[in-house]
Write a protein that binds this ligand. Sequence first.
Ligand SMILES: [Zn+2]
Length: 76
Amino acid sequence: MKEYIYQPPDDVQEWECICGNTTCRAGFTSCDGSGNEMRPTLDSEWQELYLCLNCGRTIDQNTLEVVGRNPNPILL
Ligand SMILES: [Zn+2]
């Protein structure tokens, strides 16, 4: 079964992960397909994924679907 994070319809800046983390709490950061933090640059192969900094779930920013989980992400 697919999991999705919650985004209020009236505030696209605000995300709430399934674990309860929000943009205003631990927050989220851009990550690669393995769930490790990365800086998205023009020539990077960033797949528009974000990492929940509380639980390590990785999220597709376009669909808000949880696409993976890395419990021990490497942060920059
Ligand atoms: Zn989370």
